[in-house]
Design a protein around this ligand. Structure first.
Ligand SMILES: Nc1nc2c(c(=O)[nH]1)N[C@H]1C(S)=C(S)[C@@H](COP(=O)(O)OP(=O)(O)OC[C@H]3O[C@@H](n4cnc5c(=O)[nH]c(N)nc54)[C@H](O)[C@@H]3O)O[C@H]1N2
Ligand SMILES: Nc1nc2c(c(=O)[nH]1)N[C@H]1C(S)=C(S)[C@@H](COP(=O)(O)OP(=O)(O)OC[C@H]3O[C@@H](n4cnc5c(=O)[nH]c(N)nc54)[C@H](O)[C@@H]3O)O[C@H]1N2
Ligand SMILES: [Mo]
Length: 773
C-alpha cells in the first residue's frame, strides 16, 4: 500500500512549536492508523499509572496525576505501532525480497505490523512462513555449529524492556560471548564513558523535579521540540519563572525558540506562545568543547580578579577542596588554551562566551542537558568531560536543581544498559551473574556496533541476531554494512515492523514478529507488565492495552526464552517457566542488578521508583574516590588528519539529523514541519552564501561526496539544495538517507560512536537520474 505523500515544497514555518500544529498532526496520525477508536483509548493510557510507557523517547514524567501525558510524537509512535495493517504470509508471497528492496524506508514500515514468523532459506527470493519451534531450531543449529561463540553478535535496540534485556544478555553470556552491540553505541555511549570517569557514574545526576529549581538550564546539541517534546513544558516554566535557558545549537530549532503549550487552554484559545530561551548561541559543528573552555577561562579570570581584591570569586573552593581531584592540572590546561584557538574552534565571538559565562557564574543551580549534537563527534568524550569540569568548578553536581542530564533517546535505552546489555560489561555484573547462576561468564570484551560491522567484513561474525532496531539503516557506511550483513550465514530480526534489515539478509534469514509496548502480553498467569527506566533513573511498569493484531506474535521475553531453550537447554536457567510470570524474571534481576532489591513490590508505587545516583549524593565511585577534573588539550583541528592533507579542502561539514516526522529509521511522513519542508527527505540544508560560493543555485540537485582517509567513494545522489538559516560552512541532511556518507572508521575516541554530526563533504553536479518529486 502506497503511503500518503505531498509534492515537494519548502516554506519557512512561521508558527510556534507544538500547539495547534501538533494537534492537527496527532489527528492525522490517529486517523491513518486504520483503527482510530481502539487507539484513542491507548493514547489516553500513555504514561499513566496502569497504562503503558510511551514507546517514543526516554524523557521522564512530571510527578502527580491527572494530565495528558503524551505529546505529538508520542502519539505518532503509538499510532504507528498500533496499526491495523498487517505484513503477513500473503504479503511475502506477493513481494519478493528484490522487489521490496526497491522501496524506501517510509514505504516499508508503512505496510504494517509483522504478524507471523517468516524464513528465507537462501533459495529463491521469497520469505515463507515457518513455525516458531522450527525457527528456534534453525537458530540453535547455527549457533551451536559455530567454531566459537564470538562468531555471533546479539544487537539490541533501546525499546527492549528490562525483562527482555536481562534475559537476552543472560542468554548471550551463558552461550559464551559479550558480543552485545546496542543502539547506545551510536547514541549516548560517550556520555556514559565520560561521566563514569569524571564522576563515577555513567548516568545523569538530575531528576525531573530538579528542573523546577534550576536557575539556568543549558540545552546543548539537542532538539527537544521534535525529539523530546515533553521537555518543552519544563523549559517554558523555567523561562516564565525568570530562570535562564541557554541554547547552544547551530540551528534555530523552533522548539527552542517559541512554544504553544497544549496543556495551557488560554494560550491555545488565544493562539499565543511562550519564548523558550533567554540566550541562543550558534557554534560551529564540534565546537562545543571550545565554547565550554571559553566559559571556564572567564571563570578563572574572574576568580583571579576577585581574589586580588580579597573578594569571593565564582569558584566553589570548598567543594573543589573537599570533593574533587585534578583541579590544578585543569586550571593549567585552561590557562594554556589560547583565546584564538577557542574562538576559531567554537565559531563563537568572545562577547558571546562572556555572556554565557556570566549567566553560568551568576546562577547557583545549573542543569546541563545534551544529546546527539554532542555525542556524535570525534571528541565527544572530552567535550562531555569539559561539561563536568565546568560544573565541578562551581560545585553544581549533587546540588538540588543542578547537575548533568544526558537526555537519552530510545524509551528504555538506559534500562537496557542497567540490565547488562554492554559489550564492555563491568566485572561486578559478571561476578553477580556467575554467583547467581553458577556458570563462568566470558570475560573478554565483546564487539560494539562499529566492531561488529568490521568483524562481519572480515568474516569473523557469522550469525547476527537483532532484538529490535534496524541495524542495516541506523549504522554508518551503509553499503559496507549491507555487505557485512550479507556475508553472514544467518541473520535474525526480532521486530514489530518491516524494515531494510529484513531485506539485506545473510545466506539465510528469519523474521520473528514480536509484541510492542502497546500490545497486551498474555502469558500462563495472565497479562504481563514489563518495566523500563527513563533518563532520570525512574523505573516503572508498562501494561500493554491493545489486543494484538495476530495471535502468532510473541513477546520479546518469550522469543528470547525460546531461542535460549533451543540453543542451551534448560539446565542452568529454566527459560520457559520464567515466561509464565515475568515477576520471576524480576526476581532474578533483583538478585543480580544493584538497586533492584524487592523489585516486584517497589513497582506498585505509582510513578515507579528511583534508582539512586551516587554522584547526586556526592559519593564519587571513581578510581580516586573524588570527582575528577579531567584535563584535555583542545584538539588542534576537528578535521581528520587524512582529510586535512587532501589537495582539495572540504566544501562543507555535514551533520545528519532527525526530521519532525521520524523516529530514527522509522519515517512517519516525508514532512519536517518546523523546518518548513514537505514531501521530500533527500534534501541538503545549506547557507545561500555557500551554495553560491560553490557554484550552485538554491533548489538545484547535487551529489554529496564525503572525504575520508581511504580510497572508498562515499556518495549520495540527487539531494535538493535548500537555502537555509544555517551557519556558513555547515550543512545538514536527514538520517538515515545520509548514512552512506559516514565512514565506519570515523568515530568518537573512547566511545566508538560514528561521527554522524561531523562529516567533511564535497558537493558535485548531480548524477542521479531525474526523479519526479
Ligand atoms: N520524535 C522523535 N523522538 C526521538 C527520536 C526520533 O527520531 N524522533 N530519536 C530518539 C533518539 S534514539 C535519540 S538519541 C534522541 C535524539 O535527539 P536529538 O539529539 O535532539 O536528535 P538530532 O535530530 O540528532 O538533533 C541533534 C541536534 O543537535 C544539533 N547539533 C548538531 N551538531 C551540533 C554541534 O556540533 N553542536 C551543537 N551545540 N549542536 C549540534 C542539531 O542542530 C540538532 O538540533 O531523540 C529520541 N527521540
Ligand atoms: N547518520 C546517523 N545515524 C544514526 C543517528 C544519527 O543521528 N545520524 N542516530 C543513531 C542513534 S541515536 C540511534 S539510537 C540509532 C537507532 O538505531 P535502531 O534502534 O537500530 O533503529 P530504529 O530506527 O529505532 O529501529 C526501528 C525498528 O525497530 C523495530 N521495533 C520498533 N519497536 C519495537 C519493539 O518494541 N520491539 C522490537 N523487537 N522491535 C521494535 C521496528 O521493526 C522498526 O523498524 O541510530 C543511530 N544512527
Ligand atoms: Mo539514540
Amino acid at each position: 500500500m502506497k503511503p500518503p505523500a505531498d509534492r515537494f515544497r519548502f516554506h519557512p514555518y512561521q508558527r510556534p512549536a507544538a500547539g495547534w500544529g501538533a494537534l492537527r498532526s496527532v489527528a492525522h496520525a490517529w486517523r491513518d492508523s486504520k483503527q482510530p477508536f481502539k487507539n484513542l483509548r491507548a493514547m489516553l493510557q500513555t504514561n499513566q499509572h496502569g497504562g503503558f510507557d510511551c514507546p517514543s523517547c526516554a524523557w521522564g514524567e512530571a510527578p502527580g496525576e491527572g494530565r495528558i501525558r503524551f505529546c505529538e510524537n508520542g502519539a505518532k509512535a503509538v499510532n504507528w505501532e498500533a496499526t491495523g495493517r498487517a505484513v503477513d504470509a500473503a504479503f511475502f508471497r506477493q513481494n519478493s525480497i528484490k522487489q521490496l528492496l526497491k522501496h524506501d524506508d517510509y514505504w516499508l514500515e508503512y505496510q504494517g505490523r509483522l504478524t507471523e514468523p517468516m524464513y528465507f532459506d537462501g533459495s529463491g527470493d521469497h520469505y515463507r512462513p515457518i513455525g516458531w519451534d522450527e525457527a528456534f531450531g534453525i537458530i540453535a543449529g547455527h549457533l551451536n555449529g559455530l567454531a566459537s561463540p564470538h562468531q555471533a553478535a546479539f544487537y539490541t535496540s533501546g525499546r527492549a524492556s528490562n525483562e527482555a534485556a536481562f534475559l537476552y544478555q543472560l542468554f548471550a553470556r551463558l552461550y559464551g560471548t559479550n558480543n552485545l552491540p546496542d543502539c547506545s553505541n551510536m547514541c549516548h555511549e560517550a556520555s556514559g564513558v565520560a561521566l563514569q570517569q569524571s564522576i563515577g557514574t555513567g548516568k545523569g545526576t538530575v531528576t525531573y523535579e530538579d528542573f523546577a529549581h534550576a536557575d539556568a538550564i543549558f540545552v546543548i546539541g539537542q532538539n527537544p521540540g521534535t525529539n523530546h517534546p515533553r521537555m518543552l513544558e519544563p523549559l517554558r516554566e523555567a523561562v516564565e519563572r525568570g530562570a535562564q535557558v541557554v541554547v547552544l545549537n547551530p540551528l534555530r530549532e523552533r522548539g527552542l525558540e517559541r512554544f504553544q503549550s497544549p496543556q495551557d487552554p488560554l494560550q491555545m484559545l488565544t493562539d499565543g506562545d511562550s519564548a523558550m530561551n533567554t540566550a541562543f548561541f550558534r557554534p560551529a559543528l564540534g565546537g562545543d568543547m571550545a565554547a565550554i573552555r571559553g566559559i571556564a577561562k572567564f571563570l578563572f579570570q574572574w576568580q583571579r580578579e576577585a581574589e586580588s581584591e580579597g573578594a569571593a570569586g565564582p569558584l566553589d573552593l570548598a567543594f573543589i577542596a573537599d570533593h574533587s581531584a585534578g583541579f590544578e592540572e585543569y586550571r593549567a590546561a585552561v590557562d594554556a588554551t589560547s583565546w584564538g584557538h577557542i574562538l576559531a574552534q567554537s565559531g563563537l565571538q568572545r562577547h558571546e562566551l562572556e555572556r554565557a559565562a556570566h549567566i553560568f557564574s551568576r546562577s547557583d543551580r545549573v542543569i546541563f542537558c545534551w544529546a546527539m549534537g554532542i555525542t556524535q563527534h570525534r571528541h565527544s568524550v572530552p567535550t562531555i568531560q569539559e561539561f563536568a569540569n565546568l560544573q565541578l568548578l562551581r560545585g553544581q553536581i549533587g546540588r538540588p536543581g543542578a547537575g548533568l542530564c544526558p537526555v537519552r533517546g530510545h524509551s528504555n535505552v538506559q534500562g537496557d544498559r542497567t540490565m547488562g546489555i554492554a559489550d564492555r560489561p563491568p566485572p561486578a555484573l559478571l561476578d553477580a551473574l556467575e554467583q547467581r547462576f553458577g556458570f563462568s561468564c566470558p570475560r573478554e570484551d565483546g564487539v560494539n556496533v562499529v566492531q561488529t560491522i568490521e568483524a562481519m567484513e572480515q568474516g569473523k561474525i557469522k550469525v547476527f541476531v537483532g532484538l529490535g532496531g534496524n541495524f542495516a539503516q541506523a549504522t554508518p557506511d551503509s553499503p559496507r554494512t549491507h555487505r557485512g550483513l550479507q556475508s553472514c550465514q544467518l541473520t535474525v530480526q526480532i521486530s514489530t515492523k518491516l524494515n531494510r534489515s529484513h531485506l539485506v539478509t545473510g545466506s539465510k534469514a528469519l523474521i520473528l514478529p514480536c509484541l510492542g509496548r502497546t500490545d497486551i502480553d498474555r502469558q500462563a498467569t495472565g497479562p504481563q507488565a514489563v518495566t523500563v527506566e527513563d533518563s532520570f533513573s525512574m523505573v516503572h511498569a508498562s501494561f500493554g492495552q491493545l489486543q494484538p493484531l495476530s495471535s502468532q506474535m510473541r513477546s520479546e521475553p518469550a522469543i528470547i526464552a525460546g531461542i535460549a531453550a533451543a540453543t542451551l537447554g534448560s539446565d542452568t536457567v529454566d527459560w520457559l517457566s520464567l515466561i509464565e510470570d515475568y515477576g520471576k524474571i524480576r526476581d532474578l534481576i533483583a538478585d543480580v542488578i544493584p538497586g533492584f532489591g524487592d523489585f516486584n513490590r517497589k513497582l506498585e508505587q505509582p510513578g515507579g521508583f528511583y534508582l539512586q545516583n551516587p554522584a547526586a549524593q556526592r559519593r564519587w565511585n571513581t578510581d580516586v574516590g573524588k570527582a575528577k577534573f579531567i584535563s584535555h588539550r583542545l584538539p588542534d583541528s576537528l578535521l581528520n588528519e587524512g582529510v586535512r592533507h587532501r589537495a582539495r579542502k572540504p566544501d562543507l561539514v555535514l551533520q545528519t539529523l532527525r526530521s519532525h516526522d521520524q523516529f530514527n529509521t522509522t519515517v512517519y511522513s516525508l514532512n519536517d514541519r518546523y523546518r518548513g519542508v514537505r514531501g521530500e527527505r533527500h534534501v541538503l540544508f545549506a547557507n545561500l552564501e555557500d551554495i553560491h560560493r560553490l557554484g550552485f543555485e538554491d533548489r538545484q540537485k547535487v551529489d554529496v561526496v564525503s572525504l575520508w582517509d581511504d580510497e572508498i567513494e562515499r556518495r549520495v545522489q540527487g539531494f535538493t539544495l535548500i537555502a537555509f538559516d544555517i551557519p556558513e560552512g555547515q550543512a545538514a541532511a536527514y538520517y538515515p538517507e545520509a548514512n552512506p556518507l559516514v565512514p565506519l572508521e570515523s568515530y568518537g575516541i573512547g566511545s566508538f560512536t560514528p561521527t554522524s554530526k561531523f562529516i567533511a563533504v564535497r558537493l558535485e553536479q548531480s548524477t542521479a537520474p531525474e526523479r519526479i518529486v
